[in-house]
Design a protein around this ligand. Structure first.
Ligand code: NAD
Length: 498
């Protein structure tokens, strides 16, 4: 039986005022309804923002370490419920159970990091140019945070936003992706169980165009944090710009792995398999391009194809399965269209390029791991985010060519180089235009205490994760304390007194 979910507004689980609902289904078995959710309207957003605005009056005054303690408890509850949450996430999102356990673990790590940060949240102190004067900064909450999340990390991404927003003293209204709203609803349940007071955290389910936009446009929302496609991100910035909101955007990627001729090829092979086909290629950091030295081109492709043939596809709840389905029928069509585009552009399809419909997989949205070789820089499959298990291989001659191919994209999220040559590794770290570079590791694998985000169309300069996420969710206040007992004028009283 599908679980029936509600919105959470002002401390109560409530239906949408529309009384309408939508369902989400298991992408591995489309007959299975995972949950039924309220199809909300701008009126529901109105109520949620009102509740959050009222709650902000007291939540901002709760000492930061106390907020941290509640978030630490949230981490403890996630530890206890990790398996149940991972199974639910696999059912609604499709990725394999090992990965959904990792997704929940990232939520746990984020909660424990916030627990510690509650006893820091440092400002700076610095000398004054005048005598007997103290200068320092403190971090203040902004107000109500509007959070909009995608479907590919239904636990980690909501945690990345909700937890630091709350630690900073903001109250929250979150609208999760309608393809994967169940896991995010469980996060809210856990926060409540951990002791978050009523009104501080609110969730409203529904369509981006309708409730998402209402959230962005609301004058009482002080900060918006969005993760999703660059296309929607640009729309978010446009709407938020009208009311001069702070907006943090984490958007698409077209990440690449370089393999030089001297690289440990077995290691590079494991890296590209995990980077390209982990999460069925549906990560913003997925490896969708392999930039391969001409000296190892044929050998490496042969090794890769042999290994890809053995990838076990199926329902992610089966512990032996390595690759689950894609999120829905529409996304599978998008992927298949890109395969056709690749063929039309003259790239050579080496393996895959088809639906996978064997046995029970016929009931879901499975796609074979797909590799194109002889892809040329500038082809659409080399430039556009496909968001599926499709890898494009491009041959390079010199290291300079490899870097040029790597950087020739509108995105700049993650990147990787496999090489044993320390000079090339360090030059890559220096010259690649991306928010993240891995040396001898795949393009995926971010850790919650480090900054996460990208350059160019991947975002607008903010970084989630680590300390930098607190830049997004706080205002800096500068405080000057003059204890000289006289009027002192900065920039004017320039003489040095004896
Ligand atoms: P999406 O942009 O389609 O949707 C993201 C969210 O925005 C959803 O909750 C959706 O309902 C909402 N939305 C859609 N239109 C809206 C509008 N007009 N106003 C307000 N909200 C709106 O993205 P998706 O398909 O859910 O996720 C895949 C994309 O997310 C990929 O491009 C991927 O690269 C990106 N992503 C980026 C990161 C990162 O950190 N850089 C992480 C994960 C995913």
């Amino acid at each position: 039986m599908a679980e029936v979910y509600k919105n959470f507004i002002g401390g109560e689980w409530v239906d949408s005022e529309s009384k309408r609902t939508f369902e989400n289904r298991n992408p591995a078995n489309w007959d299975e309804i995972v949950g039924i959710f309220p199809k909300s309207t701008p009126k529901d957003i109105e109520k949620a923002v009102e509740a959050a605005k009222n709650a902000f009056k007291f939540w901002k005054k709760v000492p930061v370490p106390k907020r941290g303690e509640i978030l630490g408890r949230c981490g403890d509850i996630m530890v206890e419920r990790k398996e149940e949450l991972a199974k639910l996430e696999t059912r609604e999102m499709g990725k394999v159970i090992k990965e959904t356990r990792g997704d929940v673990q990232e939520g746990i790590d984020t909660a424990y990091y916030a627990f510690g940060e509650g006893r820091r949240l440092f400002g700076i102190t610095t000398p004054s140019e005048l005598s007997n004067k103290l200068c320092y900064t403190v971090r203040k909450p902004i107000g109500v945070a509007g959070l909009i999340t995608p479907w590919n990390f239904p636990m980690a991404i909501p945690c990345w936003k909700v937890i630091p927003a709350l630690l900073s003293g903001n109250t929250v209204v979150i609208k999760p992706a309608s393809a994967t709203p169940a896991t995010s609803a469980k996060l809210i349940e856990i926060l409540v169980e951990a002791g978050i007071p009523e009104g501080v955290v609110n969730i409203v389910h529904g369509a981006g165009r309708e409730v998402g936009e209402a959230l962005l446009a609301h004058p009482d929302i002080g900060v918006v944090s969005f993760t999703g496609s660059s296309e929607v991100g640009s729309r978010i910035a446009e709407v938020c710009g009208k009311t001069l909101k702070r907006v943090s955007l984490e958007l698409g990627g077209k990440n690449a792995q370089i393999v030089t001729s001297d690289a440990d090829l077995d290691l590079a092979l494991e890296g590209v398999l995990w980077g390209a086909f982990g999460t069925t290629g549906q990560r913003c950091t997925a490896t969708s391009r392999l930039i391969l030295s001409e000296k190892v081109y044929d050998t490496f492709i042969e090794m890769l194809v042999e290994r890809v043939k053995k990838i076990k596809i199926g329902n992610g709840l089966d512990e032996t399965v390595e690759m689950g389905p894609v999120i829905n029928k529409g996304q599978r069509e998008v992927i298949h269209n890109y395969v056709q585009i690749g063929k039309d552009e003259g790239a050579k399809l080496v393996i895959g390029g088809e639906f996978y419909e064997e046995g029970e997989c016929a009931d879901g949205w499975f796609y074979k791991p797909t590799i194109f070789k002889d892809v040329k820089p500038g082809m659409r499959i080399e430039q556009e985010e496909i968001f599926g298990p499709v890898l494009s291989i491009i041959k390079f001659n010199t290291f300079e060519d490899a870097i040029e191919i790597m950087n020739d994209t509108i995105y700049g999220l993650s990147s990787s180089i496999y090489t044993k040559n320390v000079n090339l590794a360090m030059r890559a770290a220096e010259e690649i235009e991306a928010g993240i570079t891995y040396i001898n590791g795949p393009t995926i694998g971010a850790e919650c205490h480090l900054p996460f985000g990208g350059v160019k169309n991947t975002g607008n300069g903010h970084r989630e994760g680590g300390l930098t996420v607190y830049e997004i969710f706080t205002e800096i206040k500068t405080i000057y304390v003059d204890y000289s007992g006289k009027l002192q004028k900065a920039q004017i009283d320039t003489s040095v007194e004896k």
